[in-house]
Write a protein that binds this ligand. Sequence first.
Ligand SMILES: [Zn+2]
Ligand SMILES: [Zn+2]
Length: 74
Amino acid sequence: MADFCRQCSIDTFGEDYRDMAGISKPEDTAQELYAQVICEGCGVTSVDHEGVCVSPACMEKHGVKQPVNPLFIG
Ligand SMILES: [Zn+2]
Ligand SMILES: [Zn+2]
């Protein structure tokens, strides 16, 4: 029994299994209220109603905004 956030599900299986979708509601996400979960991939974190990891403090730092083109430098 393992649960993965969207990013870890896609990273691990190549598909979003939505393990953590539906724990909270769209209204909660609109208010920036997120469900506390333990993801098998990125640890103790928070997910929105779609199961998307939103925590910048998870082990994979999923909530940190990434540059659009991280390899397009120089
Ligand atoms: Zn995860
Ligand atoms: Zn994460």
